[in-house]
Write a protein that binds this ligand. Structure first.
Ligand code: DAU
Length: 312
C-alpha cells in the first residue's frame, strides 16, 4: 500500500446522527482538520475545494433501512451534495474521486456464478442505492461534459472499527455485549461480500494515485458470506451458543446477494487486499467494540428503538 506522510486532510462533515468527532481522536492535529458543514452548501464547499489538491467524496446518507423510512435526506446529500461538490471541482479544476457502492448494480441470485463488474447494468433497489446510482451518473456526466478529472469506485460491504451501530456487524456485536440476542432479517440467507475498511481505504488511495480519469473501479476482497454465517461467527467468537439469535421482520425489497469481481483494480492498478482471513478481522473488530463502548454507547439505545418500532 502507498502511504503518504506529508499530506494534510480537511474533513468536511455535517456531523449528523452518523458522525462523531471522537472518530478523529488521536490523529495528528497539524495534518487533520475537521470543518463542520454540509456538502450541499456551496458556500461551505467552495473555499475548501479551492485550496485542495484533490476531493475524495465519501460523504453520504448510507443506511438502507433509514432510506426506506425517510428518503428525503438521501436525495439532499447524495444527489444535491454530489452536484455541489462536482460544481466546485469543476470551477477550481480539482481532481475528484467519488466513493460509491456495489448496490447500484442491484442484486444477484444465490446460485448465479456471475459477480458484479464495471460493465454490469445499473439496477438499484432502494431509495439509498438509487441516489448513489444517480450520483455516479452525475460524476460521469461532469467528466464528459465539463472535463472534471474524476474517478469512481464502487465497494462492497465494509466492516471494522468505528462503524456505526446501525450497521449489521456492529449491531450484532454490541447486542451481544449488551446481552441482547442478534437479529437476522428474514431467513438470514442474504449474502454480502465483506471487505475490511482498511482495505477499502488502501484501494481508494491506489485509485487516487494511479487511476485513469473517467474510469470506474470495483473494490472487493472475495468475502462473500451469508448473514446467518456472519452472526454464527460473531456468537462463536464471543463465547455464545451459535443459535442464540432471532429471525426478525425482513427489510422491504431486501437485496439477495452482492458479489464483486475486482479484477480490473487488481490487474490494472496492482491493488491487493491485506485482510485475507475474515474471522481474524472479525475477532479484532469485536475486541475494538469491547474496548470502545464510550464511542458507540450514546447511539445504541436510539438505534435499537428505531429497529424495534419496525419489528427488527
Ligand atoms: O454493499 C455496500 C453497502 O453495504 C453500502 O453501500 C451501504 O452504505 C452499507 O450500509 C451496506 O448496505 P447493507 O444494506 O448491505 O448493510 P447493512 O449493514 O444494513 O446490512 C447487511 C446485511 O445484514 C443485509 O443483508 C441486511 C442484514 N441485516 C442488517 C441488520 C442491521 C440483518 O440481518 N440484521 C440487522 O440487524
Amino acid at each position: 500500500m502507498v502511504k503518504h506522510t506529508d499530506h494534510t486532510v480537511t474533513v468536511l462533515d455535517k456531523l449528523t446522527y452518523a458522525g462523531n468527532r471522537a472518530s478523529l481522536a488521536g490523529l495528528p492535529e497539524d495534518r487533520v482538520r475537521l470543518v463542520v458543514g454540509d456538502i450541499a452548501d456551496a458556500g461551505a464547499v467552495d473555499p475548501l475545494v479551492a485550496e485542495a489538491d484533490a476531493v475524495v467524496h465519501y460523504a453520504a446518507e448510507s443506511h438502507n433501512d433509514n432510506s426506506l423510512h425517510d428518503p428525503r435526506p438521501f436525495l439532499d446529500t447524495n444527489i444535491i451534495g454530489t452536484y455541489t461538490l462536482l460544481e466546485a471541482a469543476r470551477r477550481h479544476q480539482v481532481r475528484f474521486h467519488h466513493i460509491s457502492t456495489d448496490e447500484v448494480y442491484g442484486d444477484l441470485e444465490l446460485d448465479d456464478p456471475a459477480r458484479f463488474t464495471e460493465h454490469t447494468p445499473y439496477n438499484p433497489s432502494s431509495p439509498y442505492s438509487s441516489t448513489k446510482a444517480g450520483s455516479d451518473l452525475l460524476v460521469r456526466a461532469w467528466v464528459r461534459s465539463f472535463g472534471v478529472r474524476a474517478t469512481i469506485s464502487n465497494c462492497s460491504n465494509n466492516y471494522g472499527p468505528y462503524q456505526h451501530v446501525e450497521k449489521f456487524i456492529p449491531r450484532q456485536i454490541t447486542n451481544v455485549i449488551r446481552g441482547i440476542r442478534p437479529k437476522l432479517y428474514g431467513t438470514g440467507e442474504n449474502v454480502r461480500d465483506w471487505i475490511h475498511a482498511d482495505d477499502h481505504s488502501s484501494a481508494v488511495l491506489t485509485i487516487l494515485d494511479k487511476g485513469e480519469i473517467g474510469q470506474t473501479y470495483l473494490i472487493g476482497a472475495d468475502g462473500e458470506k451469508d448473514n446467518k454465517t456472519v452472526v454464527e461467527s460473531i456468537l462463536e467468537l464471543m463465547g455464545q451458543p451459535t443459535d442464540a439469535y432471532d429471525l426478525v421482520t425482513d427489510r422491504p425489497g431486501h437485496d439477495l446477494r452482492y458479489a464483486i469481481d475486482s479484477t480490473k483494480l487488481r490487474t490494472e492498478l496492482g491493488w491487493t487486499p491485506t485482510y485475507g482471513d475474515f474471522d481474524s478481522g472479525l475477532a479484532a473488530t469485536i475486541e475494538w467494540y469491547r474496548q470502545n463502548e464510550a464511542w458507540w454507547a450514546p447511539a445504541k439505545d436510539g438505534v435499537e428503538a428505531f429497529y424495534a418500532s419496525k419489528g427488527q
